[in-house]
Design a protein around this ligand. Structure first.
Ligand code: BGC
Length: 367
């Protein structure tokens, strides 16, 4: 294990260490970076997929628990199909019929989700080995990850240079800053796919977590989970999380959209105030531990997913199992299928422009 950033008492300054996380199936060595802040909160990130492997934060009595699902080693991530903790790209979420048109040219992607493309294709950014560099940051410990997605990779045009900076701040927030530039017109939609359980990973279902989402509308989907194009009011639907509501309160209601998703697996349209900074997207409270997580973002949407496809079969960290609905995701993003939906906010990136988005997961406790 190597100590990389500020030496000195961990409890006062925070630190970053690096250790081996094994080898990818094609033999590339990858590492695990452990960022600790001055309060003893800790995030572990591997440069395989830019993945958040663990995230340890205190409960109301100061007890630390790991609140994200994951695997103990790189093999788990290489074989896994759930995108635990990963950076998802080049296009997070679905592109209908696995194709889109830019300037009259049709680009064809792999159909890796029924008829559609999901999360960047067969070998998305979650399977890439990123270049890692520790950075000094004024408010915590940072890790910079970069990746060059080559022109034509997974069918997308343009050499895309991507940088993701993770910062664990001294006030228990995990900030993720995504940047990208291209040499040809392309589409980009990056997110992080952490699965949260604020009572601790492997500790049962998340149906009792209280959720608030700052959204008045959502994007209903068809049977392939592709948005129909409608922005539907959440009023009188199970998608109304404008006031704190248990995730499980309405999840089994006889509702066509919930049936299509097998639970919640939908993009909500965030109520974003004017301006370019981050705004509050969602707040989650777990009453037994008092843990609270707020999600702040510059993005217009968030995919709320209740782990409907988890089946408890593969072994997770420390032998934990992850059955259906044992975690939730709040994936900040542009809306699914935006390349084919002219009325949705644009995901096109041109040469000379810089893609730049920020999302922060802030942890605290309620008494
Ligand atoms: C999607 C789900 C999918 C999950 C894991 C989510 O972003 O909306 O449908 O099962 O990712 O791939």
């Amino acid at each position: 294990m190597t100590t990389l950033a500020p030496t000195g008492a961990k409890s006062q300054l925070g630190s970053t260490t690096k250790k081996s996380f094994g080898k990818t199936p094609d033999g590339q060595p990858v590492d695990l970076y452990v960022l600790t802040n001055k309060n003893g909160s800790e995030v572990s990130i591997t440069n395989y997929g830019g993945t958040v492997v663990s995230l340890k934060v205190p409960d109301r009595s100061g007890k630390i628990a790991d609140v994200v699902l994951g695997y103990d080693n790189v093999e788990g991530y290489a074989e896994g199909k759930s995108y635990f903790g990963a950076i998802v790209g080049r296009y997070g979420n679905r592109i209908g019929h696995a194709q889109f048109v830019l300037d009259g040219k049709t680009y064809t992607l792999a159909k890796n989700n029924g008829e559609n493309s999901l999360h960047g294709g067969v070998n998305g950014f979650n399977k890439a080995v990123w270049t890692a560099k520790t950075l000094s940051s004024k408010d915590g410990q940072s890790l910079e990850l970069s990746y060059l997605s080559k022109d034509g990779e997974e069918g997308f045009p343009g050499n895309l240079k991507v940088t993701v900076i993770y910062t664990l701040t001294d006030d228990n927030a995990l900030r993720i800053e995504y940047s990208a530039t291209t040499d040809k017109k392309t589409v980009v939609n990056l997110t992080n796919h952490s699965y949260f359980n604020l009572a601790g990973q492997g500790s049962g279902d998340i149906l009792g977590h209280l959720l608030t989402i700052e959204a008045d509308k959502f994007t209903p989907v068809d049977s392939g989970l592709i948005p129909t194009g409608e922005l539907r009011d959440v009023v009188d639907t199970p998608f109304d999380f404008r006031k704190p509501t248990a995730i499980g309160a309405r999840i089994n209601q006889d509702d066509q959209q919930l049936k299509l998703g097998g639970g919640y697996d939908h993009n909500l349209v965030l109520r974003r105030p004017a301006g370019s900074g981050e705004s509050l997207a969602a707040r989650v409270v777990e009453a037994t531990t008092g843990r609270v997580m707020e999600v702040w973002t510059t993005e217009p949407g968030v995919q709320f997913y209740t782990g409907n496809f988890l089946d408890g079969k593969s072994a997770g960290k420390g032998g934990a199992t992850y059955p259906k609905r044992s975690a939730f995701c709040l994936e900040t993003q542009h809306f699914p299928d935006s390349p084919n939906q002219p009325k949705f906010p644009s995901v096109v990136l041109n040469p000379g422009q810089r893609y730049h988005t920020v999302t922060t997961y802030k942890f605290s406790v309620e008494k």
